[in-house]
Design a protein around this ligand. Sequence first.
Ligand code: MTE
Ligand code: MOS
Length: 764
Amino acid sequence: MPEIRNVHSFITHDSARKHVSGKAYYVDDLPEPSNLLHCYFGTSDVAHARVLSMDLSAVEHYPGVVRTLTARDIPGDNEISPMHNFDEPVLATDLVQFAGQPLFAVLAESRAIARQAVKLAKIEYEELPAILDIETALKDQSFVLDPQVMKQGDSQVALSTSPNRLQGKIFTGGQEHFYLEGQVSMSLPKEDGDMLVLTSSQHPSEVQHLVARSLGKPINAVTVEVRRMGGAFGGKETQAAQWAIITAVFANATGRPVKLRLDRDDDMRSTGKRHDFLIQYDVGFDDEGRILGIEFEHAVRCGISADLSGPIADRAMFHSDNAYYLPDVTVTSYRCKTNTVSNTAFRGFGGPQGMVGIERVIDAIAYQLGKDPLEVRVINLYGLKERNVTPYKMTIKDNVLHSLIADLKESSNYTARRQQIAAFNQNSPVIRRGIAFTPAKFGISFTTTFLNQAAALVHVYKDGSVHLNHGGTEMGQGLMIKIAQIVADEFQIDLDRVKITATNTGKVPNTSATAASSGTDMNGMAARAAARKIKKRLIMFASKKFRVDKSDIRFINNHVVAGEFEISFAKLAEQAWMGRISLSATGFYRTPKIHYDPETSSGRPFLYFAYGAAVSEVEIDCLTGESRIIRTDILYDAGKSVNPAIDIGQIEGGFVQGAGWLTSEEVWWDNQGHLRTHAPSTYKIPTCGDMPEIFNVQIWQKGRNREKTIHRSKAVGEPPLMLAISVHSAINLAIAGKLNGETLPSLDTPATPEAILNCLSADT
Ligand code: MTE
Ligand code: MOS
């Protein structure tokens, strides 16, 4: 009997057909209860003000309106801060801190009525001075959290004794998540004042907790369920709670189910985005380009509250080395408070911003010394036996970049193409090309150690079919199918015997957000542990029944072989049930080996690193400033991938999302603090036409996690985004090619056509 290959196989996403045929249920697609009410919310239209009065009488008298809600009407805590900072209300009270901040909500018979009625509110403000940019916040020392410093060696001495020294800065722009399914929640009141909340959240347990607190009830009174999200990208790690709470408070007050779905423009105005950063550097290096000492200063736009800004700014610091050894280093991070929406998690969680900083430094060194930037990158890579300690004093033992970069350099034909591009540019005054090769090293684990835990619940029914549940959530990344593969593999049954079910706080409690790319690593281990418990009981049962030694029992191809006996898995399940054997188990996993001390900024915050590299070739039009990606080659170390089909999708999607962040997506507030890029008309995400024309994505065949992760795989959700830094770097080269070829253009991100044209005209 052949083994069933459920892992390491190319398997289609379980919902792929449902996604494209419209049969996948999202919260707003669920059949609506007949007594459903709809709500909407009203926001501040000034950036910073005292609220002198709020008159909602016209709102309340609008036909079809049931009632209104202000902070005063929330029975429990008016609070959504995820890290216990108590600095962000569900609904603002007497102070508004950004334009777009929710102030009140309206419950009505229809969504259209609620949205109309919202406009009738009369609010009087006494405006206060607003801080709208990072520079002002830095100057005024306006911070949401204390500055942090990470230090190794003595950067001052190293800088002052280096033969070469450069200083510079780069601004990295924000990014709107632009998940296709916007924020949405539906709350259904149950017996005894309990509440069922259906929502689109990466973190059902946190929504459960915050809803319970807002209702003044224990956590067990609230159940939160998430079947899937239509994309999240970090934007639903904390941002779903506010809307869930508004529906739950209304539902609690009226005893009727209540739904809230945000309009796209409001979703963009009122929910957090990627943090924009102002990064300054001071670097010393030798004549070959080897970094001897470096100082970074990160100034981070957090918006009005801490949200996840602490760990995000930390992760930026943890990735300010990217793949390079920084012997004497100081990284200082300022968590700036501005009167703009509170920024939040976004794929990479600060890592991409930190990496843009060091990649910029490498480019600057290469241009200064007249070298191929790849040469400078390679010479600075972490060593295998020495030069392998990070700025947070972790020794890197799994570095595969030397080998992976050599493979990609060869397969992408980098060296020859770089020469061809130089030749092309000599005869092309308007269209200029550039190429860049950048690596990425990304730490896997939550840097907040206690979050690295996961649990699962597995049932085997008496017909041998399996019900699978775990704490992870599906946002399109393919987590559910991967965990189902792992469980099916453990039992050696066909994948379609495993039922994927919605994430539900009543089944698996106290979960962490599905984030930090650790969904498969953690939930896969927990689910396998649960399956193994059941398997162990089945083995015990079969061993007694067939009188064979436990070591002679094997699960293979929907069967269980016990010595010379053979029985189908389904039959064995039925007999075990009749033999009064429990066929249900929980599984638990905590990531081993990790620890971190923020006081000394040292430890092992990550179990391992995911690695990859990309070569991108771009073309710019020097008359219009437009850019396009002609070709990208990626080699990514997914370890021994659980599902290469899913992982390649993640690599492609992550890269294109990163390219959007760095080239076309511009988050822009006017001088009143109004977000002017609040719709697809003004905010440009990449479409299929913006994909690289030639896109060679490969999973590195030599990959194998040296840590004992699930099936020796590696995480894939976020790191590929950072491979898009190659695009930005290539655009720099294309611009430089138009100039004297020696000066690194001062190109911030995103490299929009305007930014590219500005660079071209500033430097000629
Ligand atoms: N892929 C899709 N299709 N949609 C998403 O929302 N989110 C990304 C990534 N890939 C996302 C995605 C982010 S921010 C993270 S942290 C991981 O998926 C989370 O899932 P994982 O831990 O299962 O990889
Ligand atoms: Mo991802 S930014 O960790 O949700």
